[in-house]
Design a protein around this ligand. Structure first.
Ligand code: HEC
Ligand code: HEC
Length: 361
């Protein structure tokens, strides 16, 4: 009896020891804190993928990764190098230049409200932020690194293993993947959202008034006053984001045939010739900060942009009929100045103030 009892106790001890030993190296589960986006009143809920809910820890990790130059091949460039807060998350260049000094074929894009678009890039060739975030790091004319290198840096860093543990409950730094890093960056990008404090938003909430000039521009932009000529803008740059996931040819390039465009844009993605020369109509929020304009940065000022639209654009087989219409609607120099004044009310003052959008290094 006694020996049986003691061996039973002994067994219990072993079980206790073994289970103790099993738990020792593993760390407690960490449950990240849900992150609530504060959105302008007229914004719909942002679509968030089920497998990547926003958390405070995920957004914070993404914030750091977004600004981390060590993710590039020579430690000189981060996402933020081409998406600068001060320039509405663009880079102010006609064509973006990567770490090897090579310019890419297109101009950088604003990331404000990017969580609302599922057609990423000027041609919509990628549909989720999680997939998009994987690309620049290995792009030979952007950050020109390998994910193997980037993950080595992340695993050896003083802070990242703990930040990944908190964001995604990853207990072993060796199991951090590039997809985890991309998820965090995507969360951060979804948190780059309008504050609702632009003059336009305040006017809509009756907290401010348009000047007569801005009001004229607003009326032309939205075609909503029968006594003001239609500028047709809001058909493609739809409220409240002032952009859309539709692709169109807004007449910036002359082309005799559908094969004549220097950049086929959407057509290269769909393989449909009629889509050649079509691009996404991007958000115009913060447009004052994001010069130069268009996918190839061809216009340096908003004056040039409005001159272009008022001219009805250059001829090509699939130019959107709305663009030709703009030229015949009777807009004059006053409307041009008014449109520019209105566009400037879309600048979000909180962009430069919010610590979430500043360099954490
Ligand atoms: C060398 C400059 C450069 C770097 C570095 C860079 N980008 Fe970009 N980004 C661009 C350019 C140029 C485009 C437009 C490219 C196109 O349409 O083909 C773009 C487009 C995007 C878009 C699409 C936005 C939209 O509205 O469709 C997202 C999102 C984005 N970048 C995020 C990132 C992230 C995240 C990183 C870092 C991992 C990054 N970028 C690094 C230049 C850069
Ligand atoms: C038929 C659709 C359409 C109409 C109408 C239209 N746009 Fe656009 N807009 C686009 C497209 C598409 C682009 C991107 C074209 C490109 O880069 O090749 C664009 C680009 C722009 C840009 C540059 C954005 C950037 O980030 O570089 C501005 C500014 C702009 N539009 C303002 C206006 C204004 C103001 C009006 C009205 C006068 C207007 N648009 C009417 C489709 C349209």
């Amino acid at each position: 009896m006694t020996s049986c009892k003691s061996s039973y106790l002994f067994l219990l001890l072993i079980v206790a020891l073994v289970s103790c030993e099993e738990e020792q190296p593993s760390v407690e589960d960490y449950i990240a804190t849900p992150y609530t986006l504060s959105l302008p009143d007229d914004y719909a809920a942002m679509p968030i993928p089920e497998d990547n809910p926003l958390t405070q820890e995920g957004v914070d990790l993404g914030h750091r990764l977004f600004f981390d130059k060590r993710l590039s091949g020579d430690n000189t460039q981060s996402c933020a190098s081409c998406h600068l807060t001060s320039k509405g998350f663009t880079d102010g260049k006609r064509f973006s230049v990567g770490i090897d000094g090579i310019a890419g074929p297109r101009s950088s894009m604003s990331l404000v409200d990017v969580g609302y678009t599922s057609e990423l890039f000027w041609d919509g060739r990628v549909n989720t932020l999680e997939v998009q975030a994987l690309l620049p790091i290995e792009d030979p004319i952007e950050m020109h690194n390998t994910w193997t290198n980037a993950l080595d840096m992340i695993r050896e860093d003083e802070l990242y293993p703990e930040l990944f543990r908190k964001a995604f409950n990853i207990k072993d730094k060796n199991s951090i993947t590039k997809e985890d890093a991309a998820k965090a960056i995507a969360q951060y990008e979804r948190a780059i959202v309008s504050s609702g404090n632009s003059k336009f938003d305040r006017v809509m909430r009756n907290q401010d008034l348009f000047t007569p000039e801005e009001f004229l521009g607003w009326s032309a932009f939205t075609d909503d006053d029968p006594f003001v000529p239609d500028a047709e803008c809001s058909h493609c740059h739809a409220l409240p984001i002032f952009g859309s996931d539709e692709f169109s040819n807004n007449g910036i390039q002359e082309a005799q045939t559908l094969e004549d465009f220097s950049d086929n844009g959407r057509g290269a993605v769909t393989g449909v010739a009629f889509d050649n020369g079509k691009f996404k109509a991007p958000s115009l929020r913060n447009i004052e900060l994001t010069a130069p304009y268009m996918h190839d940065g061809r216009f340096e000022t908003l004056e040039e942009v409005i001159d272009h639209y008022m001219s009805g654009g250059k001829p090509s087989p699939n130019k959107d009929p709305l663009i030709s219409a703009i030229a015949t609607n009777g807009l004059n120099e006053d409307h041009k100045i008014a449109l520019i004044a209105f566009l400037k009310t879309l600048t979000d003052p909180d962009l430069q103030e919010n610590p979430l959008y500043q360099d954490p290094f």
